[in-house]
Design a protein around this ligand. Structure first.
Ligand code: PXP
Length: 240
């Protein structure tokens, strides 16, 4: 069985740095440390408004990492140009709204479908692995395949919120399981991300067929108290 991978999202290190307009804490340092302590990939989201990760971060992290860099981008010509310039091995296309605090939902795959297909084609032509961030919906999984993506990352936000609030998460879990099964069946690699904590990651680690978890906010937050090393180790233990 293939190993389940942990992608560590370090956007929030840049958020803290930018809050004071300083040069620290350094996202590059976080990326290197996360790699050293077992991250299988590093995720960064270069937003249109550069509110956390900026172009220099992308450049320095891309040139120093040994594990794959997973670059999250919106489907725009600017981001396509940047991705093709730096060629991070993994790309995850995400929806982006200026006013949102974080990525609020999966992509609308029916919006500008031809444009999206063309972006995916160009990224794949450069041998970059392309993932689409989608809701756990069968129609989106089928559409991702139709658009020729390599992977889907299932937005686990709703599920994680219910877990955090001690709500009934069963229906969301069933949706995720169905989406994972369908994705695997039609030859997509299936990932999961957004809002994951030790508890929600532990529940999802029992769903067969998820090959990668991308985790940021909780992991970076816990690292303030326990350090990146221990938090990465803990997540790796949970998802293995
Ligand atoms: N995966 C994707 C595609 C995301 O956009 C995000 C949030 O930036 C994450 C994973 C990580 O989510 P969180 O920071 O809530 O762990």
């Amino acid at each position: 069985m293939n190993k389940i991978r942990l992608g560590v999202n370090i956007d929030h290190v840049a958020t803290v740095r930018n809050a004071r307009g300083e040069t620290y804490p350094s996202p590059l340092k976080a990326a290197i440390l996360a790699e050293k302590h077992g991250a299988d990939s590093i995720t960064i989201h270069l937003r249109e408004d550069r509110r956390h990760i900026n172009d220099d971060d992308l450049k320095s992290i891309r040139s120093r990492l040994k594990v794959p860099l997973n670059l999250e981008i919106a489907a725009t010509n600017e981001m396509l140009r940047i991705a093709l310039k730096h060629k991070p091995p993994f790309i995850c296309i995400v929806p982006e709204k200026r006013k949102e605090i974080t990525t609020e939902g999966g992509l609308n795959l029916n919006y500008k479908k031809f444009f999206l297909k063309n972006i995916i084609k160009k990224l794949k032509k450069s041998n970059l692995r392309v993932s689409l961030f989608v809701e756990p919906k069968n129609s989106d999984i089928l559409e991702a395949k139709n658009l020729n993506a390599d992977c889907v990352e299932i937005h686990t936000g709703k599920f994680c919120n219910l877990v955090n609030l001690n709500g009934n998460y069963k229906n969301e879990l069933i949706k995720i399981k169905k989406a994972v099964n369908l994705g695997n069946k039609i030859g997509l690699e299936v990932h999961a991300g957004h809002g994951l904590t030790y508890k929600s990651a532990s529940i999802l680690s029992k769903v067969k067929g998820i090959s990668e978890f991308n985790i940021g906010h909780f992991l970076i937050g816990e690292s303030i108290f326990y350090g990146l090393r221990d938090c990465i180790k803990q997540f790796k233990k949970i998802i293995k």
